[in-house]
Design a protein around this ligand. Structure first.
Ligand code: FES
Ligand code: FES
Length: 181
């Protein structure tokens, strides 16, 4: 039996990838792991529930969208620009990390995670939320409910929710332009 494949090209973390022959039924998570060795996003439930596996899709207008990779076929991402967790920190010309993203830094400073299995998903979700608030700032009284709504779908089996939420709240309040005066 032969497995049907189809060419796949996309942009990942600002690098053109492909065309590569990829099985038509392969999920994006498997493509990232098995073809590109991009293993930072996590396989949790594999059923679209826990959001440990999410990555960012950068839309044509620059807006960021969070997308699950365990239930989305790799070819759904054809031609798209995506950012995996490996693409959040700043790197030098050799690829070495020189600075974490503001969200990553905030999670470390707040001791937000324990085992860390859910953390790539929370980094992704919080980064998308920050982008949304840059485009559509909210009032201060809307902040906590907005964070809860944005991150509610992420499951943390160590129950580290409070410190994640505190880290995101503090980062948003320290970042000019996200909350209306
Ligand atoms: S692993 Fe994708 S949603 Fe749980
Ligand atoms: S820190 Fe362990 S699952 Fe969230």
């Amino acid at each position: 039996m032969t497995i049907a494949t189809k060419k796949l090209s996309l942009t990942i973390n600002d690098q053109a990838v492909g065309p590569i022959d990829v099985p038509e039924a392969m999920m994006m998570q498997d493509f990232l792991y098995e073809y590109l060795n991009l293993t930072a996003s996590r396989m949790g439930c594999g059923q679209g529930i826990c959001h440990a596996c999410t990555i960012i899709v950068e839309k044509d207008d620059g807006a960021l969208e969070e997308t699950r990779t365990c239930i989305m076929g790799a070819h759904w991402f054809a031609g798209k620009k995506v950012r995996t967790v490996e693409g959040h920190a700043k790197r030098d010309a050799t690829g070495a990390i020189v600075a974490l993203s503001p969200v990553q830094q905030a999670f470390i400073e707040h001791f937000s995670f324990q085992c860390g299995y859910c953390t790539p998903g929370f980094v992704t979700g919080a980064t998308v939320l920050m982008d949304q608030l840059k485009r559509n700032p909210i009032r201060r009284e809307e902040l906590e409910p907005t964070i809860v709504e944005a991150l509610d779908r992420h499951i943390c089996r160590c129950s580290g929710y409070v410190r994640y939420l505190e880290a995101v709240r503090d980062l948003i309040l320290q970042t000019p332009g996200l909350v209306k005066a």
